[in-house]
Design a protein around this ligand. Structure first.
Ligand code: ADP
Length: 286
């Protein structure tokens, strides 16, 4: 009698497993076994949901990968087409036309610079995302560090008649982080601040907040519309694609910044108002 019961149960379980294998269940609620097998039913349901989740995630990743490849191809095509266009025009006769030949060469050259920036950012993003970015955390003097950045970016700010200033009241303050990576992140933020500000000033600085300190880059530029705020850290997301390209932007700068700050177990924050300016900031350990 007992053996007969066991055989019936096993056949019931086998049927459910077969149905899962044939993909006949739409959701875990459709899975049902008799009452005395309820523990097993719960386990099978949990396993089913988990697998469904994994499949969903794989599909999402595949979609992100396809989208990324599409974006990369598109971004590469733009400068290559332009360079090709200028060279063809020059070869077709513009080379002898002194009123345009230098301008065309200069434009072609600008596009090769953009192409180079894009490749460098792509290499960085792929290194970071595949976990190959080696981090080296140490205490370093934030005052010296920000001062060095201020000096480095002063000429670029001056070219646009922008005032670049430093707020760093404690010259002895040491913070914990990867100095080289933070230089890359802050350089991206300062470059953006200069790029997207037409009038006014840019301030880089540090403010102590208990056991941590906030490092920030603040500008009086274009600002970022509220709808875009949550998306600007996505790869290739730009508010004004043409403007960004014209200024040599790759659309990858903030994605790289986010990765670097995440690797510091911190979070990049942005406060911005259209027309008034933006402040990007993150906390570091003291
Ligand atoms: P890009 O190479 O286009 O500058 P980023 O990833 O650095 O790419 O920035 C993404 C977008 O966020 C930019 O295209 C721009 O629209 C917006 N953005 C970034 N920084 C600022 C800023 N300081 N002020 C206004 N907009 C900004």
């Amino acid at each position: 009698m007992l053996r007969l019961e066991r055989r019936r149960e096993l056949s019931e379980i086998k049927k459910v497993i077969e149905k899962i294998r044939r993909n006949e269940f739409g959701s875990s609620d459709e899975i049902s076994l008799s009452k005395n097998l309820s523990d097993l039913e719960d386990e099978i349901k949990a396993m089913f949901s988990r697998t469904q989740n994994d499949i969903q995630n794989l599909k999402k990743l595949e979609q992100i990968r396809t989208e990324f490849l599409g974006n990369v191809s598109h971004e590469l095509r733009t400068p290559i087409f332009s360079i090709q266009g200028y060279i063809e025009t020059l070869l077709d006769g513009a080379l002898e036309d002194a009123s345009v030949n230098r301008t065309f060469l200069q434009k072609a050259n600008n596009h090769t610079i953009n192409l180079n920036n894009l490749l460098n950012d792509l290499i960085d993003i792929s290194m970071i995302e595949s976990g190959q970015m080696k981090m080296s955390f140490r205490y370093f003097n934030i005052h010296e560090f920000l001062k060095m950045l201020e000096t480095e970016f002063q000429p670029e700010a001056e070219k646009k008649n922008l005032v670049l200033s430093l707020h760093s009241p404690n010259p002895k303050l040491d913070l914990y982080g990867d100095k080289q990576r933070l230089k890359q992140a802050l350089s991206n933020l300062i470059t953006n601040a200069i790029k997207y500000t037409e009038l006014g000033s840019i301030e880089i600085g540090v403010v102590e907040e208990g056991q941590r300190a906030k490092v920030y880059v603040k500008d009086t530029g274009l600002g970022i519309p509220e709808v875009d705020l949550s998306r600007i850290f996505e790869r290739f997301y730009r508010i004004d694609r043409d403007r960004s390209r014209e200024m040599g932007g790759t659309g990858l700068g903030l994605a790289i910044v986010k990765h670097i700050i995440d690797a510091h177990e911190s979070k990049i924050e942005v406060v911005s108002k259209t027309g008034l300016g933006s402040e990007f900031s993150f906390l570091l350990k003291k």
